[in-house]
Design a protein around this ligand. Structure first.
Ligand SMILES: Cc1cc2nc3c(=O)[nH]c(=O)nc-3n(C[C@H](O)[C@H](O)[C@H](O)COP(=O)(O)OP(=O)(O)OC[C@H]3O[C@@H](n4cnc5c(N)ncnc54)[C@H](O)[C@@H]3O)c2cc1C
Length: 421
């Protein structure tokens, strides 16, 4: 159920050993185009380095193919990012980073998936027999299946469908930073960086922006506002929002031609379903991707986690009730680290009295990654999921961090026309 990225990647791996049919609600085209079922496709989608590696493993040669289609190849260390204390200590890392639009990524993946993809099919429920799922109901009938994979994303109705069958799932855990996105695409000015961001930062910097060079020599500019301070759709309001940032990105966009209106998206809460805890979970059913765990998109984790989850199908063969529950436990484990990273950071928006050791440690990191290229490299490897957060907990790191006892000065507003660093 669902031909988004999690569904396509699951289909890619399952079709090594099963006949797979992907049911997608939208009508699909061969070209990278926006579609209604993926409203987030209009907004910047960063592909983490780990995600890029896993996609290359699943589809050898995909990176070259995407570049041939216009995706921009950069280095993860070259991102131009401003945090609350200054510009991060950018340094080349030899870690390839692809910058592209979500529709291009999805289209190229879809072209490579050999499973049957049936579009225009709206799944409306599950078919259960003898305590196991044996297919799905659609607007036009039903489709039989030995195994049903829910990959229908943030709007998944799985919990409600299971409830109709008397299977209760725990209420999802939700952490909501109240972030809204507003995105507009421009022609790319010559010197615009491949990835440019001014980070939002709790509790007092709710505004930020992420801009990426994408195929077609375009810049996708996503203004971001947390705790309800959302960038607006009207052009003047959008411009004012960009002008209100600490570093005026509008000056870097001088001469760039807007190619689209402003598009909004505000359903960004992180939401996690503990399906692994459902004792009477039926056989023949598993759930992956955003349908299980959707992250606040500012951290760019969803596609990478979907790829990690898809690979779990390779070693899992038991889809009895017990086996499906074991599979959901593996899914929960795959998203646990990314969930901790992003939801802990977001709790600072909603819980006013956070601090203690973690708050102190995070402040040191904010300074460390501005001043120290080695700490920056370690941080980038963790954020891009090529290293675990545990790699940040060692004596070398502590010694280096100890130097940053006091935060540096806030960055000056950059003079018009100059490069970020
Ligand atoms: C604004 C925004 C920005 C994001 N930015 C990033 C980013 O920078 N980096 C990153 O890695 N991730 C990002 N994500 C997350 C990323 O989009 C998802 O994690 C990723 O696409 C995996 O999602 P999915 O396949 O589970 O769901 P989706 O990609 O949403 O796909 C779900 C699919 O299911 C279909 N569907 C839904 N219901 C039915 C039904 N009843 N019957 C049939 N089909 C159905 C939909 O049409 C859709 O095609 C962002 C998300 C948002 C909201």
């Amino acid at each position: 159920m669902g031909g988004g990225i999690a569904g396509l990647l699951a289909a890619r791996v399952l079709s090594e050993s099963h006949d797979v049919v992907v049911l997608e609600r939208d009508k699909l085209t061969d070209e990278p185009e926006h579609r209604a079922g993926v409203p987030q496709g209009r907004h910047t989608h960063g592909l983490l380095v780990r995600g890029g590696e896993l996609l290359e493993e699943l589809f050898p040669g995909l990176r070259d193919e995407l570049v041939a289609e216009g995706a921009v190849l950069a280095d993860a260390g070259d991102m131009q990012i401003l945090n609350r204390l200054g510009w991060l200590a950018t340094t080349h890392m030899g870690m390839p980073l692809l910058s592209l639009s979500r529709p291009l990524l999805e289209t190229c993946i879809r072209r490579r998936v050999t499973a049957e993809i049936v579009d225009g099919v709206h799944v409306t429920g599950l078919s259960l027999r003898g305590g196991a799922v044996d297919g799905v109901l659609t607007r036009d009938g039903r489709v039989d299946a030995d195994l049903v994979v829910d990959a229908s994303g943030r709007s998944s109705k799985l919990a409600a469908w299971l409830a109709e069958a008397g299977i209760t799932t725990p209420a999802p855990e939700v952490v909501d930073s109240g972030t809204g996105y507003a995105t507009r695409i421009y022609t790319a000015p010559k010197d615009f960086p491949v990835v440019y961001a001014e980070s939002l930062s709790a509790p007092d910097l709710p505004r930020g922006v992420a801009a990426m060079r994408v195929e077609g020599d375009r810049i996708m500019v996503t203004a971001q506002g947390a705790v309800g301070d959302h960038p607006p759709r009207d052009l003047d309001g959008y411009q004012e929002f960009l002008d209100s940032l600490r570093v005026p990105i509008s000056e870097m966009l001088a001469g760039a031609e807007p190619l689209t209106p402003v598009y909004l998206f505000a359903r960004t809460a992180s939401r996690r379903n503990a399906f692994e805890d459902v004792a009477n979970w039926p056989g023949g059913l598993v759930a992956v991707g955003d349908a299980v765990c959707a992250f606040n998109p500012v951290y760019g984790q969803g596609i990478t986690v979907a790829a990690m989850e898809a690979l779990l199908f390779r070693r899992h063969k038991d889809f009895s009730a017990r086996g499906c529950r074991a599979f959901q436990r593996k899914i929960a484990k795959a998203s646990k680290g990314p969930w901790a990273m992003s939801s802990n950071a977001d709790r600072s928006w909603v819980e006013t009295r956070r601090g203690g050791l973690l708050g102190w440690y995070l402040k040191k990191w904010q300074a460390g990654i501005v001043h120290d290229p080695d700490l920056f490299r370690r941080f980038v490897r963790v954020v891009h999921m090529v290293a675990t957060p545990a790699t940040l907990l060692n004596p070398v790191v502590f010694r280096r961090l100890a130097k940053y006892s006091r935060p540096g000065p806030r960055p000056e507003r950059r003079p018009a026309g100059s490069n970020p660093r």
